[in-house]
Structure formats: structure tokens, C-alpha cells
Design a protein around this ligand. Structure first.
Ligand code: HEC
Length: 191
């Protein structure tokens, strides 16, 4: 009611012109509306100048840039073109294995023991595997995705891609070394 009345009062201000008996109330647009309105005009001008004259990227250039980032993202997750052969080169490299040992000591030792003989987690130095078959891909995958309901964390998000490959290479190098005092074999034997 009050609102209505105060509007009414504002409406009473009449502009000084008259056409065929029609007069105009002086109702200025609200400040917030005008600010938004002029804002869009300024934005449009800047937008036009940037994308038309200042080398702002076109839609296809933006797409191209995003597509370039795709392979990096794909290779970070367990990628589909990973095979025994593609991993063999990396897994045979002594520097990679050494880097993997550093990661292992920092992250895996509490559950798999320093020598890989197993504690909470299974013995990694025998030829028995609960998950995968002890292949390079199998080991890489179980480390990446974990067996979270059995207490093996998924390391995909916690390690950098090269650390993941390195620690898998180290675990693969332990396979079949049968350290003394290790946990008894679990899972199936794969030679
Ligand atoms: C919190 C304890 C814990 C930590 C930390 C841990 N693991 Fe495990 N890991 C387990 C358990 C438990 C299993 C057995 C899962 C199952 O029963 O399927 C396992 C299984 C595995 C297996 C498969 C063994 C098999 O026989 O299938 C590999 C390989 C492995 N872990 C490697 C690693 C590596 C590499 C790291 C460090 C980056 C690591 N684990 C850290 C607890 C752990």
C-alpha cells in the first residue's frame, strides 16, 4: 500500500511537454537497471574489439587447444593402448625401477613390507596373484584402481603418472624373488 502511494507521488512529477493533450510523467529508470544496461554496452564493445581486432581466439582455435590437451589426460588414466610390449621398455629400465623403489618405500611399505614380503597386503615377491595375473598390465591396473573394499588404495589420483609406472615397474621386478620370511602365497599361481 505504502509502495503504491509513494509511486503515485513520484508519478505526480510531469514533464513540461504536451502533445495533443498527452503528457509524460517523469519516472527515471532505477540506477541498478541503468548500470546493468550500460555495462552490457561496454562489455559488447570490449568483446567485439578483443575478438575482432586483437587476435582473440576463434571457436575453432579454442577447440583445437582443448583437443591438444586430450592425449595427456588420456595417458594419465589407465589407457587402452597400454600393452605388455609398451610397458616392457619402461619396466626394464633400471632408473625407472629405482624411482619406483623410492615411491614404494614412501607409500607401500607399511602394508607390503620393505622387501615386498607382505604384511596387511599380500606378498608381492611370489608368483601368486589375487588380482590380475602378475602381468605388467595387471600389476599396473591393480595399483591404479586398487581393491578398495579389501584395503588396497587406488593410487591413480595420488601418484603422478610417471610415479605410477615406476612403482609398477618396481613391483614387477620383485615378482618371483620369493624373499625369506614373506607371507604365504595368496591367490592363484601364474608363471
Ligand atoms: C593400506 C594398506 C596398503 C597400502 C598402503 C598398499 N597396499 Fe597394495 N594391497 C593391499 C591389500 C590389502 C591388498 C590385497 C587386495 C585383495 O585382497 O584383493 C593389496 C594388493 C596389492 C597388489 C595385488 C596383489 C595381488 O596378489 O593381487 C599389488 C600389486 C599392490 N597391492 C601394490 C601396492 C603398491 C605398489 C602400493 C604403493 C603404491 C600399495 N600396494 C600400497 C594393501 C595396501
Amino acid at each position: 500500500m505504502n509502495n503504491h502511494q509513494s509511486n503515485k507521488e513520484k508519478d505526480e512529477i510531469i514533464k513540461g511537454h504536451e502533445y495533443d493533450g498527452i503528457q509524460e510523467y517523469d519516472n527515471p529508470l532505477p540506477g541498478w537497471w541503468l548500470t546493468t544496461f550500460y555495462g552490457t554496452i561496454i562489455f559488447a564493445a570490449l568483446y567485439y574489439v578483443y575478438y575482432t581486432f586483437m587476435g582473440g581466439p576463434t571457436l575453432s582455435q579454442e577447440l583445437e587447444a582443448e583437443m591438444k590437451a586430450v592425449p595427456a589426460v588420456q595417458s594419465a588414466s589407465a589407457d587402452s593402448n597400454m600393452t605388455e610390449d609398451t610397458l616392457a621398455a619402461k619396466f626394464g629400465d633400471q632408473n625407472t625401477i629405482a624411482q619406483g623403489k623410492t615411491v614404494y618405500v614412501a607409500k607401500c611399505l607399511p602394508c607390503h613390507a620393505e622387501n615386498g614380503g607382505g604384511l596387511i597386503g599380500p606378498n608381492l615377491t611370489d608368483n601368486h596373484w589375487i588380482n590380475g595375473q602378475g602381468t605388467r598390465v595387471g600389476i599396473f591396473k591393480v595399483i591404479s584402481t586398487g581393491v578398495t573394499d579389501k584395503g588396497m588404495p587406488a593410487w591413480e589420483q595420488m601418484l603422478k603418472p610417471e610415479e605410477l609406472t615406476a612403482v609398477a615397474a618396481f613391483v614387477y621386478s620383485l615378482k618371483g624373488t620369493n624373499v625369506s620370511g614373506g607371507k604365504p602365497p595368496q591367490g592363484q599361481e601364474y608363471k
